[in-house]
Design a binder for this molecule. Structure first.
Ligand SMILES: CC(=O)SCCNC(=O)CCNC(=O)[C@H](O)C(C)(C)COP(=O)(O)OP(=O)(O)OC[C@H]1O[C@@H](n2cnc3c(N)ncnc32)[C@H](O)[C@@H]1OP(=O)(O)O
Length: 455
């Protein structure tokens, strides 16, 4: 397996930061003190409390599997603590059609308030994109704190998530009864099966990314099982008719003495539609509660259709949760499946260079597409003149094409927004009549993209 720590530090980043009196380097995974200082800087950068010992050792275990970089100021009060942090690692990203494309996850981007707005984050991000390319990733991806930061590096919002609230008193289930059963399980008993269930859940949902070792332990409260938060977690699993585990939820119930509670569900993993329905059924019919709140759910949940009164549910805090940055359009566009047949030219502008070019996407109708670049190294080509491999276009028939920035390519890639919506916003240009209608049909995803975790 590719080791993200094997990528040497980016020379231009080293030089850019050295000219500002700063040192940029990879943190040595074997240097416990340096790793601890990096984790402390990262948690401070996100305004979190200092981690408890169990959480700190979990963070260290995870950081050691990643490419962890820090920026150091030798003149600072504690020069061993970085003034900026970032990490990155290769990870699969599920795309429409069920395949996984090689991507590069970026996380832990922090710059100390003492060193802000000197271009440190820009240097770190541009280096991450170069690492991603070196690692062979077709896209870079991240979840973020503020939506104003990453467009300038070519990221676009590709999958949304929302909090679903359910008014328990209005719940009357009209969906089918699941043939299997939901039962309580202890987290320690579930952890052996959980990764396989999660893998299948990830594979069927465009926008989900591979779970890294240690994540499910945290979701199931196993990092610090004796903490109050872990003891409050309840875990239920759905087994299908044949006894096969197909999904699980983890939730807490907050309540005042003698008062009904409010359910908070942050972990909802379903490998099948049947498991998804069964786990919702279990959650929304919990007694002695007034409300159920499920976070980071799809904006396209089937839940309202499973209740007699769909208004028992409401959607809150809809966010642009997953942001994508296409690096290699040919690999990225070939990996996903398409909702129609047709030939579409994409003239992609990319100020940072990675994805710039003119590409012809030729979808055959069985979902698959061939993608090739038609411009030369200088990017010169008549996009709309580019032909179809299948020769389906007859004489006089207009070629279809769009002109767009790499940010918009990331936004439409999973089918989370229709190209025509971005055209209405003036962010995609249609090169010939009918191109947007074709692009909408091509990029439509059979399942709304969704990411259910932070990373
Ligand atoms: C994937 C993730 O980890 S998301 C987490 C992002 N981190 C956080 O939210 C933690 C708190 N914030 C921070 O640590 C810092 O403010 C950061 C990392 C967001 C920015 O770091 P800085 O070193 O100050 O940014 P830098 O000086 O490189 O600015 C680069 C560009 O981003 C812009 N920018 C920086 N921060 C912000 C912001 N919060 N909102 C809007 N624009 C911003 C700058 O104006 C600059 O624009 P330009 O290059 O187009 O002129």
């Amino acid at each position: 397996m590719f080791d993200p720590r094997s990528i040497p530090a980016d020379h231009s980043t080293i030089e850019a930061l050295r000219s500002r009196g700063l040192e940029y380097r990879q943190v040595d995974a074997a240097d416990e003190a340096a790793m601890q200082a990096w984790v402390q800087a990262e948690t401070r950068g996100f305004h979190h409390a200092r981690p408890e010992p169990a959480e700190l050792s979990r963070e260290l275990r995870i950081a050691k599997q990643r490419s962890v970089r820090g920026v150091y100021d030798s003149t600072a009060h504690d020069a061993a603590v970085p003034v900026a942090t970032v990490d990155g690692w290769p990870s699969g990203l599920s795309v429409p059609g069920g395949r996984s494309v090689d991507a590069w996850a970026v996380s832990a981007v922090t710059v100390s308030p003492t060193h802000r707005r000197r271009g440190i984050a820009r240097a770190l991000l541009e280096a991450q994109l170069r690492y991603a390319s070196e690692a062979g990733a077709a896209l870079a991806m991240l979840t973020l704190t503020e939506a104003t930061i990453y467009g300038r590096y070519g990221f676009g919002p590709a999958a949304s998530a929302a909090t679903i609230k359910v008014d328990r008193r209005r719940v009357h289930w009209i969906g089918p009864d699941a043939p299997g059963r939901v039962q309580f399980v202890e987290p320690a008993d579930l952890i052996a099966k959980a990764p396989a269930i999660a893998r299948r859940a990830v594979a069927r949902t465009p926008g989900e990314i591979d779970r890294w070792p240690g994540l499910l332990e945290r979701h199931l409260g196993l990092v610090d099982p004796d903490s109050a938060a872990s003891r409050a977690l309840r875990v239920a699993r759905y087994d299908d008719r044949s006894g096969q585990a197909q999904g699980f939820i983890a939730y807490t119930v907050g309540r005042e003495p003698n008062q009904p509670g409010v359910v908070e569900c942050d972990v909802f993993v379903a490998a099948t539609d049947e498991a998804e329905r069964a786990l919702w059924h279990f959650l929304v019919e919990l007694d002695f509660v007034t409300e159920i709140r499920a976070r980071l759910r799809s904006v396209d949940e089937p839940l309202p259709w499973l209740l007699e009164d769909p208004r028992a549910t409401s959607m809150h805090d809809v966010v642009d949760h997953l942001w994508l940055r296409v690096l290699d359009p040919i690999v990225a566009l070939t990996a996903r499946e398409y909702g129609a047949s047709g030939t579409l030219t994409l003239e992609v502008a990319d100020p940072l260079g990675h994805a710039a070019g003119t590409y012809v996407l030729d979808a055959s109708g069985d979902g698959h597409a061939e993608v090739r670049r038609t411009d030369d190294a200088e990017g010169r080509a008549d996009a709309v003149a580019a032909g179809s491999r299948s020769g389906r276009r007859s004489r006089g028939q207009t070629a279809h094409g769009l002109r767009l920035d790499v940010r918009e390519l990331g936004a439409i890639y999973l089918g989370g927004v229709r190209p025509s919506v971005l055209a209405r916003a003036g962010r995609i240009e249609e090169l010939s009549p009918g191109s947007l209608a074709l692009a909408d049909r091509l990029f439509a995803a059979p399942r709304t993209p969704h990411l259910s975790i932070w990373f």
